[in-house]
Ligand binder design. Structure first.
Ligand code: PFF
Length: 441
């Protein structure tokens, strides 16, 4: 079977992994967390966690996938036959499925907002008077449900096309476009009157607002942003060629992801300050604050307001698609492997199931919040812990070294291997556990 396994091209895998990492987490979650937890103080902790904890965890998950060349459940069964490890794989797949569903609802909002920007622009409702994103969306009746179905359907069509022709090709076209769009938005945002206050806010650390919860959120956000612990990195890496450098690919993905999050901060915060909005508005920042800014802009210059709104929501939409497809692929590949289903059949099943759970999330804000909470704080942490313990304690050290160094061919990776293995074995599990417990308190 291994010979017929689909695989990515060299560039395809990097762009697909970066596509999974860069998503709503960077544009929607990261700026509001920076706003809530002390600006640059949060960014410093976030960067430290990303390089010290997320990077090794990402590499570990990647090693499992490429070693086994199987999807999440079967990968653990292949490397540790007859043990309960595969059930932890299943937990990761369940987590990925839950995120697939509610993430598609937010993807639907981006689609809806993009359509609104094209068709009629936004009404200037100040976020303080708005009903909250849920109020806003519920008031729109069937629209958000339709948008969710359309968004999910589009993603499933890419998945049906397969690994190289679907995921790989879409990522190759969209990732460069995404960077061009976000950089253009940044220059625009920085040119707004009063943008300097937003910059100061991002660049001045306020450690008094960085609570223990904020520190735990920084790791949670870093895992979420790097798509760690959900089997995404594992599944994509199972399509990676043996000649590809795992460490190099992981570092590149991290650098792209962190850069994108910080640039997104430079897009959102200057605009928020320029419009006199509160930076700590939370999740509604992007979907209420930003449309208000566009509406204000349109009052003086309709064409400019519309154009910027289209560019902004197109950026969010593309970022959401490249992440959503990675999550769908986790469940689809497992169904294909476990049940022998065709790609089309497995994708249809996931489409229907995610459509239902997503509609429930869309109609009930409590269900949405619960899905977001359990997937990011429970499933993701558990998945990350399971994969790191598996690589550190269960897998043969020689096999781990073989994947990490490509059989000793990679000089730098060979020099770094002992340090990597030590971190995975002794430092990461307790660090993840502490953060996991802090999240529960
Ligand atoms: N990394 C994506 C983002 O930042 O939006 C979200 C994500 C994708 C989370 C895939 C988890 C996952 F398995």
């Amino acid at each position: 079977m291994a010979a017929s396994r689909e695989h990515f091209g060299r560039l395809g895998v990097i762009l697909a992994l970066a596509g999974s990492a860069i998503g709503l987490g960077n544009i929607w979650r990261f700026p509001y967390m920076v706003g809530e937890y002390g600006g640059a103080a949060f960014i410093i902790v976030y960067l430290a966690f990303s390089f010290l904890i997320s990077l090794p965890a990402f590499v570990a998950e990647s090693i499992i996938g490429r070693r086994a060349r199987k999807s999440t459940y079967d990968a653990l069964e292949t490397l540790a036959p007859g043990t309960p490890w595969k059930w932890l794989g299943l937990v990761a797949v369940a987590g990925a499925f839950i995120i697939t569903s509610f993430y598609s609802v937010v993807g639907g909002w981006s689609l809806d907002f993009l359509a609104r920007s094209v068709v009629r622009g936004f009404d200037p409702v100040h976020p303080e008077e708005a009903a909250g994103i849920f109020g806003l969306m519920t008031a729109s009746g069937i629209e958000p449900l339709l948008a969710h179905a359309l968004f999910l359907g589009f993603n499933c069509m890419i998945i049906v096309l397969g690994v190289k022709k679907g995921i790989g090709r879409f990522s190759k076209i969209c990732m460069p476009l995404l960077f061009v769009l976000i950089v253009a938005m940044m220059f625009f945002s920085l040119s707004l009157p009063g943008a300097q206050a937003g910059l100061d806010y991002l660049l001045t650390p306020d450690f008094s607002r960085l609570t223990p919860r904020g520190i735990a959120c920084a790791l949670g956000q870093s895992f979420f942003s790097m798509s760690i612990g959900m089997g995404v990195v594992l599944t994509y890496s199972s399509y990676m060629k043996k000649s590809q450098n795992i460490l190099g690919t992981s570092v590149l993905t991290l650098v792209f992801d962190v850069m994108f999050a910080i640039i997104a901060g430079f897009v959102v915060m200057p605009a928020v300050f320029s419009a006199g909005l509160a930076p700590e508005a939370g999740p509604s920042l992007v979907f209420e604050g930003i449309p208000y800014i566009f509406a204000q802009m349109s009052a003086s210059s309709p064409l400019l307001g519309r154009t910027v709104a289209v560019a902004f929501f197109l950026t969010i939409l593309i970022a959401a698609v490249t992440s959503e497809i990675s999550m769908i692929e986790v469940s689809v590949s497992m169904l294909m492997e476990r049940l022998g289903w065709t790609r089309r059949r497995a994708t249809t099943a996931i489409f229907l199931a995610a459509l239902l759970l997503g509609c429930w999330c869309s109609l009930r804000s409590g269900v949405f919040a619960f899905c977001d909470y359990v997937s990011s704080n429970w499933f993701m942490m558990l998945g990350a812990l399971a994969f790191t313990v598996f690589v550190g304690w269960k897998m043969d050290r020689a096999d781990v070294r073989d994947e990490f160094t490509n059989g000793g061919k990679l000089k730098l990776a060979s020099a770094l291997f002992s340090a990597f293995h030590f971190i995975i074995k002794y430092l990461l599990p307790p660090a993840i556990l502490v953060i996991f417990l802090t999240n529960l308190l």
